[in-house]
Write a protein that binds this ligand. Structure first.
Ligand SMILES: [Zn+2]
Length: 415
């Protein structure tokens, strides 16, 4: 299948200037980008001057938390987790996660998010939901009562063996403060045996850092580094309360910083010092975090918060955080920018964002909205165009299934 996207303003995110031209897609890859492409194809789409951009990559989420949305507001992080989320999550079945994840994926696609790094229960079900909807998902596998060490290794190898072009697998833990001895030992053995990066929530609140000092005499970053977790790099989610030594460890070990400003605001965690990390040369990435600790799964909102809190970071660099940097932190090196040979994960944004007064990146960061997304293409397939989804599955049914999960679990909690 060949698709030709014609007459577009193309922002490749490779630091080259915006190009007025066409993109030819062959199968799931970009075959050519040029100012004019002709030839026989299956589908020609006139982009009418709209903007083509690599899809947004959501570098940290718990997509299936759609069933927890809106509850426990105003609780601090750990209370919110232990009294609101965890009791409900204890009641989740694999099919609950499958249904709850589908709703999150629909919202990603509508918002121009073409991939997510997802840490949640029953990752096989998350992978199944993603494959069925055509969404690119990086699963974060974890050692727990369902997945022993042998199974973690098997899943890592199986998902990353190119069996699926959409679903890949990385490994990590939830956080230092929820990490049991068994999970610690087994996860680190897997990380070292496979020589792979390590992913976890880290230094999200002052309380977390203080209690880690009380337990281990060191910061969470130093704690994981002393265990050898960062030997092969990885990423930390949130990274709000880092000391200079923590920054040094992340820099030396090539560990990515993933900021989640929407969630941090929702839970009143504190402000991530993005400007400081940017000045230190970190390629900061962005995550929405789960939909239970964010009003929306919306990268425009995250970029705007970063802009407001860090007015000296150029908007192009903020756009880069949401696209290229996040893709690289998720080990999705084949869809970080728009270039020949890269995977065709492309979004189309409304040309009304183009202005004579401000540059295009500034306009996207400051004025872009979910409704600016006119098309979302993942793996060469158009999944969303001008308000319409192309799933072969009804959206209302997906929301109905998720609502049933929510009602059943809330009912069990109240009993
Ligand atoms: Zn999280």
């Amino acid at each position: 299948m060949k698709i030709l996207l014609k007459n577009a303003h193309i922002i490749k995110m490779d630091d080259s200037p915006m190009l007025n031209g066409d993109i030819l897609i062959n199968g799931n890859k970009i075959e050519k980008i040029a100012s004019n492409i002709d030839g026989v194809v299956d589908n020609v789409i006139d982009c009418k001057g709209n903007i083509l951009l690599p899809g947004f990559k959501n570098a940290h989420s718990h997509t299936g938390m759609t069933f927890l949305r809106g509850g426990g507001k105003d609780l601090p992080l750990q209370e919110w987790l232990f009294t609101y989320c965890f009791p409900r999550e204890d009641k989740l079945t694999p099919s609950d996660v499958y249904y709850a994840t589908k709703v999150g994926i629909v919202e990603y696609i509508q918002a121009g998010i073409t991939a997510a790094l997802d840490m949640y229960f029953f990752p096989i079900e998350i992978g199944r939901a993603s494959e069925e909807l055509g969404f690119r998902m990086v699963l974060q596998g974890m050692y727990n009562s369902y997945t022993n060490k042998k199974e973690l290794i098997r899943l890592y190898k199986e998902y990353n063996s190119k069996k699926s072009s959409l679903v890949t697998y990385q490994i990590g833990v939830h956080a230092e403060y929820t990490l049991g001895e068994d999970a610690k030992k087994n996860t680190l053995e897997v990380i070292n045996e496979l020589k792979i990066p390590f992913y976890t929530h880290i230094s999200e609140t002052e309380k977390e850092v203080k209690e880690c000092y009380e337990r281990h005499g060191v910061s969470p970053v130093k704690y994981f580094d002393d265990l050898g977790a960062y030997k092969y790099g990885g990423a930390g989610y949130h990274c709000i309360f880092f000391s200079d030594d923590d920054c040094k460890i992340f820099k030396e070990k090539n560990v990515s910083i993933i900021t989640c400003p929407g969630s941090n605001k929702y839970l009143n965690d504190g402000l991530c010092p993005v400007q400081k990390y940017f000045d230190m040369g970190f390629d900061v990435s962005i995550g929405t975090d789960g939909p239970a600790s964010n009003y929306d799964l919306n990268m425009f909102l995250e970029m705007r918060l970063i802009r407001e809190n860090n007015p000296n970071i150029p908007c192009y660099d903020i756009l880069k955080m949401a696209t290229r940097n996040s893709a690289l932190a998720m080990k999705l090196n084949n869809c970080d920018i728009l270039a020949e040979g890269k995977l065709a994960d492309i979004i189309m944004l409304d040309s009304n964002l183009i202005s004579d007064k401000i540059d295009i990146a500034q306009s996207i960061v400051e004025n872009g909205m979910k409704t600016s997304v006119k098309m979302t293409m993942i793996d060469g397939k158009i999944l969303y165009m001008e308000g319409k989804f192309f799933f072969g599955e009804e959206i209302s049914k997906m929301y109905e299934n998720c609502e049933k999960v929510k009602e059943r679990i809330n009912g069990e909690i109240l009993c």
